[in-house]
Design a protein around this ligand. Structure first.
Ligand code: 4AD
Ligand code: MG
Length: 462
């Protein structure tokens, strides 16, 4: 007999057949005659009920079958008498793979707070909530590849170790060589972090964009999808030190094509989630955020508002709303400003364009006014910025002049600058923060809860 996954068993129950299921015990309850075990195998949010005759197995048999233990059950699939479940198993035999001592196993039947679960990130995938979130995360990763593949984009792999600072932001993690068993020490006995990457100073990438642009200048339309790193010490519910980013880059696109792509892409992903993650989203809607499904449907059904940064700032200035951070032309918008535009003013997603060049990266295409650049941020309810992108400066002279104005150290990106000398072309692209997307789709409030092992200033152990 082959093992059946619980998700398949509920999809197409073959009543009367003898099957094998394997999974972790969520709860066990019963009486002298019969025990009811709720089993989960991770394939679905739904538990399978196992009905076991106490006399047949003997009372002692069930002592080690506690919450968290892992068992293998063989039995007959029957229609369930209890309400809420369609099928259950009458156990013929139960094999215990592994016990979980109730005295020390941290996950018990009662609900745990998200804060507590963050402290035991190594076990939380076994809860209903995190099972749902990580299944959704998987489906979204798959949908991203499917979307771009269907559109003829090529998945282009960009390096994680690099010598450049793609955003010109300067907050990067340095790469050092360390032999774990023979850590180099300074004379004072401290760990010596000065070791470098085979004689070069390198860092973990903040973005695959610059290399992605090289891909677009050859393959036409590419996307990256990989981990990126930011060393900014920001302890917020929306920032991670290690996050995943999706960065499409397209030759011959202008900023309007770029906005169309971003809007279509986001709507596709949300629709995909609503269609393929129904049970998990329904569970999260019920547990954490009663407006989740409504919000997801709303975003797919309505056009995003498009306006310039200058228009956005005017609206904020005239709003009369008291913001923590002041708003004026030239200010970098904070999440409170972004969310005001989206949630209070327009009540739908907003794409802001044409930002002051001082608050955006060196590579963005400069407008005729000499003051603004063709950057675009997509702002979402509950999230703020979910996408950042731009049309790129394709003119060699203009790009070089901008790096000079900014006093940039351009040696590490000479290869990038050269693309503007050899067959340069108009092009554009953007970066979607994968965890911000998952935050939006799950309705969770803290970015630490949408990645299995979050990396933040306080979190690097597991
Ligand atoms: O706006 P950012 O910094 O843009 C770039 O990196 C460009 N190179 C993208 C491009 O044009 N190809 O980052 C893009 C997105 C943000 O909109 C946000 O969703 C996410 O990445 N992001 C973060 N997510 C989690 N933690 C952080 N510390 C993040 N920083 C940015
Ligand atoms: Mg940004």
């Amino acid at each position: 007999i082959r093992r059946t996954k619980i998700v398949d068993l509920f999809k197409d129950p073959q009543f009367g057949s003898v099957i094998d299921v394997k999974g972790w015990v969520r709860t066990i309850r019963g009486n002298k005659y019969v025990n009811f075990i709720h089993l989960n195998d991770g394939s679905t949010i739904h538990n399978l009920q196992i009905v076991a005759d106490v006399q047949k197995f003997g009372e002692d048999f069930f002592k080690p079958v506690t919450t968290g233990s892992c068992i293998h059950v063989t039995g007959t699939l029957v229609e369930s008498q209890g309400k809420g479940q369609s099928a259950e198993i009458q156990a013929d035999s139960i094999e215990i793979y592994g016990t979980a001592d109730p005295e020390t196993y941290p996950l018990q039947k009662k609900g745990h707070s998200l804060e507590f679960l963050r402290e035991i990130a190594y076990l939380r995938p076994r809860t209903n909530t995190f099972g749902a979130i990580f299944r959704i995360r998987h489906h979204m990763a798959y949908a991203i590849h499917k979307y771009f593949n269907d559109k003829g984009f090529f998945y282009f792999h960009t390096p994680i170790v690099t010598a450049s600072d793609a955003e010109g932001a300067g907050s990067m993690f340095q790469v050092t060589t360390l032999d774990f068993n023979n850590v180099p020490r300074t004379e004072g006995g401290q760990v010596d972090y000065s070791q470098d990457f085979f004689g070069r100073q390198t860092n973990l990438t903040v973005s695959g964009q610059l290399e992605g642009e090289l891909g677009a200048m050859a393959l036409g339309a590419i996307y990256t999808f990989g981990p990126t790193f930011r060393a900014e010490n920001s302890n917020t519910p929306r920032h991670l030190a290690e996050f995943w980013m999706i960065e499409p880059e397209v030759a011959f696109y202008d900023i309007h094509d770029n906005m169309d792509l971003a809007e279509d892409f986001l709507k596709y992903l949300i629709r995909y989630a609503l269609e393929h993650c129904k049970d998990d989203i329904a569970f999260l809607n019920e547990m954490f955020d009663r407006e989740l499904i409504e919000r997801l449907n709303f975003v797919t059904a309505n056009d995003f508002v498009r306006l310039t940064y200058t228009e956005g700032v005017e609206i904020l200035e005239k709003s009369g709303h008291k913001f923590e951070f002041p708003v004026y032309w030239g200010a970098d918008l904070q999440s409170e400003h972004e969310r005001y535009l989206v949630e209070k003013h327009f009540k739908r997603p907003v794409i802001l364009t044409d930002y002051p060049k001082e608050i955006k990266s060196f590579y963005m295409k400069q407008n005729e006014d000499g003051k603004t650049v063709r950057g675009m941020d997509v702002l979402f309810p509950k999230i703020g910025e979910i996408i950042g992108g731009s049309e790129r400066e394709a003119d060699y002279e203009k790009l070089i002049n901008r790096t000079k104005e900014l006093n940039m150290h351009t040696d590490p990106i000479w290869w990038y600058l050269e693309t503007r000398k050899f067959g340069t072309a108009p092009h554009a692209g953007f970066g979607l923060g994968f965890e911000r997307l998952i935050l939006f789709i799950t309705g969770m409030a803290n970015i630490r809860d949408v990645i299995p092992f979050p990396r933040t200033p306080n979190n690097a152990e597991f």
